[in-house]
Design a protein around this ligand. Structure first.
Ligand code: FMN
Length: 200
C-alpha cells in the first residue's frame, strides 16, 4: 500500500498542515507502517499493463520539476521483476531532458491515468537509462514501428492511488469505435430497410 510513498513524500510543511487540519494522526499511523518500499501487487500491475501512456517527472539539474509524456502500445510500461519496471524510450525531439536529468538525479515520479474508469496511480522510484540492446529488445513491443533509442529501468519505491474526484472521463478512438459498433450495425440494417422500402 501507500505507506512508504507517503512517508517519503510528506515534508515538514505538509505534516504541519495535516496537524492543523486534524488529518495528521491517521497519516502518522500509515507512515509508521512504511517499509523499504511499497510492494506492487496484482492490482497495480494489471493497471500498469493496460496503460498506453503516462507522465514522467524528473528533476532538472537546476532543481526544476520536469514533466514529460511517454506513450506507446498498451503495456509498453511493463514489470521486469518485482518492483522493477521498464519501457523502451523512443526517438523524440533530441533534447534528452529526462535522460540528462536522470544522469544527475535518479528520482522520478510516474503518473498513470485511466480516464474512462477515472482511476489514477502515482508512483515514485529510482530510474536509470541504458542503451544495452538486450534490455531494449526485451522492452520493445513487437510490431510497433518507433525507434527505441534506450530503455528506462525504474525501481519503484512507493505508490498511491487517488480518488476519482475531478477526473473527466475521456475515451480513445478505439474505445469510441467499440462503443458505437452496435449503433453502426443498426444503422446499416435501417439503411438497407429504407432502400428496400424505396425499391432501390
Ligand atoms: C520531431 C519531434 C519534435 C518534437 N517536439 C516536441 C516539443 O516541441 N515539445 C515536446 O514536449 N515534445 C516534443 N516531441 C516529443 C518528445 O520528443 C518526446 O516526448 C520525447 O520522449 C521527449 O523526451 P524528453 O522530454 O525526456 O527529452 C517531439 C518529437 C519529435 C519526434
Amino acid at each position: 500500500m501507500a505507506q512508504t510513498f507517503l512517508k517519503t513524500m510528506f515534508g515538514p510543511n505538509a505534516r504541519a498542515l495535516q496537524e492543523a487540519d486534524g488529518s495528521r494522526a491517521s497519516y502518522a499511523r500509515m507512515e509508521a507502517q512504511a517499509g523499504e518500499t511499497d510492494i506492487l501487487t496484482e492490482r497495480e500491475l494489471a493497471f500498469i499493463a493496460e496503460r498506453d501512456s503516462f507522465y514522467l517527472a524528473s528533476l532538472s539539474e537546476q532543481g526544476w520539476p520536469y514533466v514529460q509524456h511517454r506513450g506507446g502500445p498498451a503495456g509498453f510500461l511493463r514489470q521486469i521483476s518485482g518492483n522493477r519496471l521498464g519501457f523502451a524510450d523512443y526517438r523524440g525531439n533530441r533534447q534528452y531532458m529526462s535522460t540528462g536529468n536522470l544522469a544527475a538525479d535518479d528520482r522520478v515520479s510516474l503518473f498513470l491515468m485511466d480516464y474512462p474508469a477515472r482511476r489514477r496511480l502515482k508512483m515514485i522510484g529510482h530510474a536509470t537509462t541504458t542503451e544495452d540492446p538486450d534490455t531494449i529488445a526485451t522492452l520493445r513491443i513487437p510490431g510497433y514501428e518507433a525507434v527505441a533509442e534506450r530503455a528506462f529501468v525504474i525501481d519503484i519505491v512507493g505508490f498511491d492511488w487517488n480518488c476519482p474526484q475531478h477526473i473527466t472521463p475521456r475515451f480513445t478512438e478505439a474505445q469510441v469505435a467499440e462503443a458505437v459498433r452496435p449503433l453502426r450495425a443498426e444503422l446499416e440494417i435501417l439503411r438497407a430497410r429504407v432502400a428496400e422500402l424505396e425499391g432501390r
